[in-house]
Design a protein around this ligand. Structure first.
Ligand code: ZN
Length: 121
């Protein structure tokens, strides 16, 4: 079984199994290991999570030792990376002023929640 020796800031050197480490590799446009690449592990002695940057040499060493790598491709700067606007309405009719008034009148009744439960979608 491969053992990987890593360093905890509190405990010093600790021995880990490959499955104890998580390796995240960020690649630049040339496919090289880029800034933001890192590995992390939970120290078996003090249980703190330790995270450290990983350069190409460290990433290769860890992968050779059997650590699974999570790879991230470089972001395409032309693509819109933003999530869809949360207020984009789903399919269906828009909420009108009449709908809002109906809701107001419904909420004024004592049984609005029961009525809401029986309303079909
Ligand atoms: Zn520790």
């Amino acid at each position: 079984m491969t053992r990987i020796r890593a360093s905890c800031p509190s405990c010093g050197e600790v021995d880990l199994r490959p499955a104890d480490l998580t390796l995240t590799i960020v690649r630049d446009a040339d496919g090289q290991v880029a800034d933001g690449s890192a590995y992390r592990f939970r120290c078996p002695a003090c249980t703190h999570v330790v995270a450290k940057p990983a350069d190409a040499r460290i990433a290769d060493l860890l992968r050779t030792g059997g650590v699974e790598a999570e790879e991230f491709e470089p972001a395409n700067e032309d693509a819109d990376q933003r999530p869809p606007h949360p207020e984009l309405p789903p399919d269906g009719p828009r909420l009108t002023h009449d709908d809002l008034l109906d809701l107001h009148l419904l909420l004024a009744t004592g049984s609005w929640f029961e009525q809401l439960l029986t309303t079909s979608r």
